[in-house]
Write a protein that binds this ligand. Structure first.
Ligand SMILES: [Fe+2]
Length: 196
């Protein structure tokens, strides 16, 4: 049972997520898009690229923690980290395949990993993302990189991270959450039926 939302179930979590998307108009981390638009853009790019459901849904939900964090949404002048990735993973754990939960839980660490392992990755970050990187601990140390590389879902986590960077375009139109809802429900059902 989810401690924060005890009435959540595999039957109603997709409707709950839809409600979160419908009601969140918060700006995304100082960007010119809302949190909802940001995640819908990532999911749309993944779908256009023919990526698997896990990547599409991982991108769609990676920042859901901003919508449910008891610590509130990130602001550009924050001086501390609100750990939205943990809030998001807590919401989805138990309803979604581990790979999706891992994409949510580790998408912040993935930025720190890529900044440490790819010399040009830092240049891809927006100003707000550079600011949050500092609050999140900066690029990983060599020991942290070695540990992160052992994650079983590393490749999918990194794919979602690239989509996170890409989904910050004010001019990009996307379908709404309902377009993706059947895919989201399929993954919930797969987890329920097969423990996937
Ligand atoms: Fe994001």
């Amino acid at each position: 049972m989810n401690q924060q939302y005890p009435s959540l179930s595999a039957q109603n979590i997709v409707a709950f997520l839809q409600t979160l998307f419908d009601n969140c108009n918060d700006a995304y981390l100082g960007e010119a898009v809302t949190v909802s638009q940001h995640m819908l853009q990532g999911a749309t790019l993944a779908q256009r690229g023919g990526m698997p459901d896990e990547v599409i849904v991982g991108a769609l939900l990676h920042d859901i923690g901003h919508m449910v964090s008891p610590l509130g949404t990130f602001a550009i002048d924050d001086t501390w980290d609100r750990h939205h990735e943990n809030s998001g993973a807590r919401l989805l754990a138990g309803y979604f395949p581990q790979v999706v939960v891992d994409c949510v839980r580790h998408h912040v660490a993935a930025k720190r990993f890529l900044c440490a392992t790819q010399p040009d990755y830092f240049d891809r970050l927006s100003q707000a993302s550079v600011h949050s990187l500092q609050l999140q601990g900066g690029p990983m140390t060599a020991d942290e990189v070695a540990e992160f590389e052992r994650l079983p879902n590393l490749e999918t986590i990194l794919q979602v991270r690239y989509l996170d960077e890409a989904g910050k375009c004010p001019a990009m139109n996307t379908p709404g959450f309902s377009h993706f809802a059947p895919q989201v429900q399929r993954l919930v059902d797969a987890h329920l039926q097969a423990g996937y």
